[in-house]
Design a protein around this ligand. Sequence first.
Ligand SMILES: Cc1cc2nc3c(=O)[nH]c(=O)nc-3n(C[C@H](O)[C@H](O)[C@H](O)COP(=O)(O)OP(=O)(O)OC[C@H]3O[C@@H](n4cnc5c(N)ncnc54)[C@H](O)[C@@H]3O)c2cc1C
Ligand code: FES
Length: 295
Amino acid sequence: MTECTRPKKGIFTAAVLANKAGGENFFRLSLELFDDAAKAFGAALPGQFAEFDISSVALPAKEHIPNELSDKSSRQILLRRPFSFTDVEIFGDKVIIEILYCVLGPATLRMKTLKSGDKINLIGPLGNGFKIYGDKKLVILVAGGMGIAPLLHLAKELKKLSEVQVVALLGAKSDSQLPCREIKDIKTLISTDDGAAGFKGFVTEMLKNWLKENKPFNRETIIYTCGPEVMMAKVAAISSEFNIPCQVSLERMMACGTGLCQGCAVKCVDKETNETGYKLCCKDGPVFEADEVVF
Ligand SMILES: Cc1cc2nc3c(=O)[nH]c(=O)nc-3n(C[C@H](O)[C@H](O)[C@H](O)COP(=O)(O)OP(=O)(O)OC[C@H]3O[C@@H](n4cnc5c(N)ncnc54)[C@H](O)[C@@H]3O)c2cc1C
Ligand code: FES
């Protein structure tokens, strides 16, 4: 297993390199960091995230604010917002991180206006990240909608392991809500609820069909998943049915992102004693073993 030691987090000012639209509501934001960032991000694990300060980012012009966000758009952004990395690259003392975000509310609406040369403050890397095991021969990535973001970073790391076959199952409600249709060099299967692209139905049905058809050897297989909680609960149930280990990357509304406010509780079960208790998504997660989470 790769060592899951947590790199030291820090507060950094990042410069925007690019903020490219990819589809209706999706954007890829590339950021450049210097100074001590290389130390902090050099060991960043897929699944870790950063808390971004969006409070001073400008709103788009009125005509570019969708009707459904017009009421909320002028709200002050008091809390930082968490985003995982789709990629982290280190070049000497320079770090380039990339995030993929979806415009949902006041903070992400403002992020649309970020342009090359703008500065943005972030705290990271935070959380634990996915655990990668060297004895697995088959890795199945299961993403629902924006859940693809941390799995793209994970896919890149997995590609470095020559012995591992990776299959990605990506699902969304409709074609336009798929943030990504293909992961480079990885066998990618798509599902949409309405059948507009790929398999018609939930990505979880596609996963079950794939497992029945391909019958992978469970001890050499692992599933990593990220997406809506109800989808991950189903993936967890399928992984348990097929006796395949599974890691889930959970989302909670986060305030501090560092374990102080206790606002991001995840109900978990102790597998030895069977007692339930709470862990913190930001500090103990966001990645958990699927069978320790009480969905
Ligand atoms: C560890 C972690 C990693 C994340 N990574 C990404 C990422 O890579 N890309 C991305 O687009 N988003 C990601 N998110 C979600 C992202 O933080 C929220 O979409 C963002 O904060 C929304 O801010 P907003 O002000 O635009 O919208 P808000 O008005 O704050 O929210 C808009 C809607 O989304 C819901 N929402 C907001 N935050 C969350 C959340 N954390 N979990 C569930 N529902 C939420 C709200 O209830 C509301 O209905 C991540 C969240 C976590 C916890
Ligand atoms: S967000 Fe504050 S404890 Fe997790």
